[in-house]
Write a protein that binds this ligand. Structure first.
Ligand code: IPE
Ligand code: IPE
Ligand code: MG
Length: 261
């Protein structure tokens, strides 16, 4: 099939881009490393927090487009465990923004049918931010249109460590035999145990690394890197990423001809 490459799509409107998407080939689970907020602000001689604030608009656009298109699972990397090493002022600003986002956006999330959850060692969050997070998780727990997971105080290696701890405990309690432990058991002990693996990972800002995100789950995910900074990654950028994803041939280690047999 002749699907145009993104550069050949420049002249198309967002509506025309949307029409080009094959609804049967959308990712079931989209994961995003939202990077480049600081550089966006620095390029405008603004404080870094201004970039984080602007990035929230991109989060809004992304959620709305996922809801419109019927993408059911969205996981976004908002704060890594390593991000605790940033200056206190930036961390405080980010936690304040998180609270602000949850307080102002909660009703919209509910209207859109978005279930909000977090993954990560969230106990490390300041008490008031954690209260907002828990409240939003509870209030949206019954919603099902879009499963939004925000990775907060998240590290992929810590997630695997936590899974190992859970499995060892089960083995010690005699609930499982060590020799019976397989990939499914590990998967069932991950923070994302009830979500499918991501089909597509987007990272903005030109960095081409994973930065400790979903290390287990990304085994066969398609990776999409764009130089666009996160605050500039709006609806159109996401449409282009989805169109590019639809051009990929996913092989899962097989040869192409055996995919259909
Ligand atoms: C991503 O933007 C948001 C977080 C990591 C919290 P950055 O803050 O990393 O922005 P850059 O990479 O410095 O431009
Ligand atoms: C990754 O971005 C974490 C988030 C987007 C939350 P970073 O900006 O922290 O990653 P590095 O330091 O460039 O790898
Ligand atoms: Mg960064």
């Amino acid at each position: 099939m002749d699907i145009p490459t993104p550069s050949r799509l420049d002249h198309l409107s967002d509506t025309e881009l949307t029409a080009k998407l094959d609804p049967d080939l959308l990712p079931k689970h989209l994961a995003i490393i939202m990077d480049g907020n600081g550089r966006w602000a620095e390029a405008r001689s603004l404080p870094r927090i201004a970039g984080h604030r602007e990035g929230i608009k991109s989060v809004r656009d992304t959620i709305s487009l996922c809801v419109e298109l019927g993408i059911r699972v969205l996981t976004i990397y908002a704060f890594s465990q390593e991000n605790w090493n940033r200056p206190t002022t930036e961390i405080d600003g980010l936690m304040g923004l998180l609270e602000h986002y949850l307080s102002t956006e909660r009703n919209k999330l509910i209207e859109q049918g978005v279930r909000f959850r977090t993954i990560g060692r969230t106990d490390a969050l300041p008490t008031s931010a954690l209260q907002w997070v828990r409240a939003a998780e509870q209030e949206t727990a019954y919603l099902d249109k879009l499963h939004l997971t925000v990775a907060l105080s998240y590290g992929g290696r810590s997630e695997i460590v936590d899974a190992v701890r859970g499995l060892v405990r089960e083995a010690q309690d005699g609930k499982i035999q060590v020799e019976d432990i397989d990939e499914l058991h590990v998967q069932q002990h991950l923070y994302t145990h009830d979500l499918p693996d991501p089909d597509l990972l987007i990272r903005t800002s030109g960095e081409t690394r994973i930065s400790n995100f979903l290390l287990w789950q990304l085994a066969y995910t398609e990776l999409y890197f764009t130089p666009t900074l996160w605050p500039d990654f709006r609806r159109r950028e996401l449409l282009l990423a989805l169109l590019e994803f639809q051009r990929r041939e996913r092989r899962f280690g097989r040869v192409f001809s055996s995919l259909s047999s």
